[in-house]
Design a protein. Structure first.
Length: 463
């Protein structure tokens, strides 16, 4: 009765999902054919190559055994036909299935030689079947199977030796010594099979590790690609949404003030400035993408030749809370009353000093959060005034934007703005909340830890 072994108790399970079935067969041949080639395993083939090699081996063993047995025949020996020939043919033919059914072939190898030699047939290399079958079983099956076969064979030949010795056979002592030599030889065959098995398992383990490493690399590449697409989408959204919202507000104001040329002219000037700023920031984003994607960019980021007749513009400063004053000025120019609180309430130079030296992830995240919050105020809330607070505390930066409007509305809640702000805060190691303010209107509040940004930078450097 055969017991099917699971992958867990199999020990050295092979790549491709091969399973052994207790005392008998290995995996079906189609599983073996799917095993990819591994360096160092070509000396133990699989699939059709293995079947052909085993058939050739069986034929060679049959021819050599018959030839040498016939040549060694003595007058007192029993004729090979029919019993001896049948044993030789059965033993040799079984080797053609040694890899498919290693235990069954081993049983034949254990039975044939002890039957052949004591019956007085010509002395020939019939034991070769046992050696090959034992080696194959050591490679394909558990060690207990091979050692059990060694014990059984030794017991068989030892029984024959003792029986012959009890009958006064002068060759009995030779038989006993032969059993001892046989034991050593069989153990060597088992050891060689175990060596081949360990080499094969090492090669297949290396294959599995390489395949897993390749899958990990592909997964990491996909993860990085998704993260980069999200980052680019956030940058483009933040760059375009704010400025276009200001342009939309000023365009509407110009239409309503067409009877007042001076105020309409002021609105058009604001539209011009906002559109110019939009184009500048958009060029910056696209320029960075070109520098990253171009295989021959070669670090040409300082106005040097780009290779197509143009030049790569020098990089502009990364948006940061140090530059938040310009953003607030442009928002105020669009007609929204802006109140500055916290470090922003200080005189110009003092405010810059208070917010100088922030980690890049914190400064950029804070700037974009304020920018997107102001965009939502202009586009969705209908507010007339807004309070912006940026306060640098020990170990963290607090950002707050309050307005007196009706809130962003369902369209903004389901859009990308609030989600992008939360993603930016989380990427910097912080948190963000958005909802109705305590005194009405709408509030966006974010906490950006300085140590979280430092840890993020270290992880990016290690990656």
């Amino acid at each position: 009765m055969r017991r099917r072994r699971t992958g867990k108790d199999q020990g050295g399970a092979r790549a491709g999902g091969d399973l052994k079935y207790g005392w008998a067969v290995t995996a079906p041949p189609e599983h073996r054919r799917r095993l990819p080639a591994v360096p160092g395993r070509t000396w133990w083939p699989r699939g059709r190559a293995a079947d052909l090699a085993d058939a050739v081996l069986a034929g060679l063993v049959l021819v050599v055994t018959l030839s040498m047995s016939a040549a060694a025949a003595k007058p007192e020996d029993r004729p090979l036909w029919p019993g001896g020939l049948a044993l030789i043919v059965v033993g040799a033919a079984a080797l053609a299935w040694r890899r498919r059914h290693p235990v069954a072939v081993l049983l034949i190898g254990v039975v044939v030689p002890p039957l052949y030699y004591p019956l007085g047939y010509p002395d020939g290399p019939v034991g070769a079947v046992l050696w090959v079958a034992l080696f194959t079983a050591a490679v394909e099956c558990r060690l207990l199977v091979s050692l059990g076969a060694v014990i059984v064979v030794n017991a068989e030949f030892l029984t024959v030796a003792v029986t012959r010795g009890g009958g006064g056979d002068p060759d009995a002592i030779v038989d006993a010594r032969g059993v001892a030599s046989l034991s050593i030889g069989l153990l060597l065959a088992v050891g060689l099979g175990q060596y081949v098995r360990s080499r094969r398992e090492m090669a297949e383990a290396a294959l599995r590790r390489a395949a897993q490493a390749e899958r990990d690399r592909e997964e990491e590449a996909r993860r990085r690609a998704v993260a980069e697409r999200l980052r680019i989408a956030r940058e483009l959204h933040d760059v375009l949404a704010h400025q276009i919202s200001l342009i939309n507000v000023q365009a509407g104001a110009a239409l309503h003030r067409r009877d007042d040329p001076d105020r309409a002219y002021t609105a058009l000037e604001a539209i011009k400035a906002a559109s110019k700023e939009t184009l500048r920031e958009l060029r910056e984003v696209l320029g960075v993408l070109r520098q990253v994607d171009a295989p021959d960019a070669g670090g040409a980021v300082d106005g040097s030749d780009r290779g197509d007749g143009g030049t790569v513009p020098p990089p502009s400063p990364v948006p940061s809370l140090e530059r938040i004053g310009d953003l607030l000025d442009r928002t105020a120019a669009a007609g929204l009353s802006v109140r500055r609180v916290g470090d922003l309430a200080r005189p110009g130079e003092e405010a810059l000093k208070a917010l100088a030296g922030l980690p890049v992830p914190v400064g950029l995240a804070g700037f974009r959060i304020v920018q997107e919050a102001l965009t939502n105020v202009v586009r969705h809330s209908g507010a007339t005034s807004v309070t912006v607070e940026v306060r640098r505390l020990p170990g963290e930066v607090i950002v707050r934007v309050d307005d007196d409007g009706t809130g962003p509305g369902p369209a903004a809640e389901g859009g990308n703005g609030l989600r992008g702000m939360r993603e930016r805060a989380a990427a910097a190691g912080g948190e963000l909340t958005a909802g109705p303010g305590p005194a009405g209107g709408y509030r966006v509040w974010a906490r950006l830890p300085l140590d979280g940004a430092a840890e993020l930078g270290e992880r990016e450097d290690e990656a």
